[in-house]
Write a protein that binds this ligand. Structure first.
Ligand SMILES: Cc1cc2nc3c(=O)[nH]c(=O)nc-3n(C[C@H](O)[C@H](O)[C@H](O)COP(=O)(O)OP(=O)(O)OC[C@H]3O[C@@H](n4cnc5c(N)ncnc54)[C@H](O)[C@@H]3O)c2cc1C
Length: 424
């Protein structure tokens, strides 16, 4: 790989969630020197910082689990298996989809190991603060760590921050939320410990507990279906998505209200589970967060936006660089998710231009930052798909550094991705 001697790295990836880990692995496998920056003390993104304990998007919907994501994503599942996590497809009774259940602590270790094995320079507890740019290129980033600020240069950059923080400070145009600037609800996932493993959980009893909670005048819970829940394999824990919070905007005030109110609600709700749900007599609130789960924030402008039609028609395309197979799942109304199936053969292609920033030649997008309209976003944002779009973005970024900064063709990126085990 040809390198500009003045650059510290070939590729800098901001954000260590599924998109960012995918991007870092993709870039490293394509031969780049990679820096992966993450503001928390661990990798994993929403899986580890918001207890989103299931990978969606690895398999197509249907009676049999047909794999849609390989490459970096498959390496992560292998890493989990080495640590004793089954990481097998699990058919969800509540949604009818195939998911992979996670153990967040082992996931952190699996991701640490994978990055180390691929020579990725990981900077934890480090936040992207600013960038330096010329008209069409980013030159470097300012990273704020425990020991102050550092200026770090690279040839190409990947925004895998979920909230498009790299794009924001780079001055890229963006939309907030859907086309009417409405954000999807956030959800505070709960982990409830001490649930009797011998008692079958009764959904009617869970629904009754939510009714009691609402009758007692607490801040209302809008999900009257009992929410999405499962037992956490190998533990006496119960994982529950029931507390949705409307997000009026992206202000610190809105986030502070959402976090605080969700915690109050969680404590009151688990007290009622203990009082009236069989099997929960000794239950306790083991964990919220560490932070509320953010479904949606900014969408920076890409060279292509994946559309609703792409999803429902299952469009396959010659410039596709990743498969996406999760149905559209949009949480516009608090507590009332809306679903729609993927058409065609059960997956659609994300084209190369959806992972490329508009207006900057060396900025790429991974995970939930990629270009998509608000309905298609309901499909592409899941973590299995984020590994795939991340691997594609990182690989394209790495290949661009060998061609004087020019973007590689979709054909070249596909060829490299296939050699790395990706499914396209
Ligand atoms: C309640 C809820 C339930 C969900 N359920 C599922 C599910 O069951 N299965 C599924 O697959 N998906 C689910 N999703 C969607 C999924 O979790 C996200 O869309 C997915 O995590 C996107 O991956 P990502 O890597 O793009 O972003 P994230 O997972 O958000 O990762 C972004 C990373 O960037 C870091 N970061 C951000 N800003 C900076 C900065 N300035 N400097 C350094 N680091 C930064 C963050 O700390 C984070 O680690 C759910 C989401 C929510 C909110």
């Amino acid at each position: 790989m040809s390198r500009q001697p003045e650059s510290d790295y070939d590729v800098i990836v901001v954000g260590g969630g599924a998109g960012g880990v995918g991007a870092a692995l993709g870039a490293a496998k394509a031969g780049a020197r990679v820096c992966l920056v993450e503001k928390y003390g661990f990798l994993g993104g929403a899986a580890t910082n918001a207890q989103v304990l299931a990978y969606c998007g690895f398999f197509q919907q249907g009676n049999e689990p047909i794999q849609a994501v390989g490459g970096a994503g498959e390496q992560v599942l292998e890493g989990l298996r080495k640590l004793g996590v089954a990481a097998d497809p699990y058919h969800s009774e509540t949604t009818g989809n195939w998911i992979v259940l996670l153990d967040p602590e082992r996931l952190k270790v699996a991701l640490d190991r994978l990055c180390a094995e691929h020579g990725i320079d990981v900077w934890l507890h480090t936040r992207l603060a600013a960038v330096s740019r010329t008209a069409r290129r980013l030159e470097g980033v300012t990273l704020a760590g425990m020991d102050g600020r550092s200026q770090v240069g690279a040839e190409a950059f990947v925004d895998a921050s979920g909230d498009a923080n790299l794009s924001l400070v780079s001055g890229v145009d963006f939309r907030i939320g859907d086309e009417e600037n409405r954000l999807q609800a956030g959800t505070m996932p709960l982990r409830v410990g001490g649930v009797n493993p011998d008692v079958k959980i009764d959904r009617n009893a869970i629904k009754a507990a939510v009714r009691t909670y609402n009758e007692r005048g607490n801040e209302p819970i809008h999900r009257d279906d009992g929410g999405i829940y499962t037992r956490v394999p190998g533990t006496s824990d119960f994982w529950w998505l029931i507390i949705d919070r409307e997000m009026p905007d992206l202000s610190s005030r809105a986030f502070t209200h959402a976090e605080r109110s969700a915690r109050e609600m969680a404590v009151a709700l688990v007290d009622i589970l203990r009082e009236q749900v069989p099997g929960f007599e000794r239950a306790w609130l083991a964990q919220t967060g560490p932070q509320i789960g953010v479904r949606e924030s900014r969408h920076p402008t890409a060279r292509y936006e994946v559309t609703y039609e792409d999803v429902v028609e299952g469009r396959e395309r010659g410039d596709g660089i990743a498969r996406a197979a999760w149905p559209i799942e949009v949480h516009k109304e608090v507590g009332r998710p809306m679903y729609e199936k993927v058409g065609g053969r059960g997956y659609f292609h994300v084209p190369l231009d959806a992972v490329r920033a508009k207006g900057l030649d060396n900025l790429w997008y991974a995970g939930r930052v990629i270009g998509a309209d608000s309905l298609a976003y309901g499909s592409i944002r899941v973590m299995g798909t984020a590994f795939a779009t991340g691997e594609a973005a990182g690989t394209a970024a790495a290949l661009s550094t060998t061609a004087d900064g020019r973007a590689p063709t979709a054909e070249r990126v596909r060829e490299q991705l296939i050699s790395q085990g990706a499914l396209i």
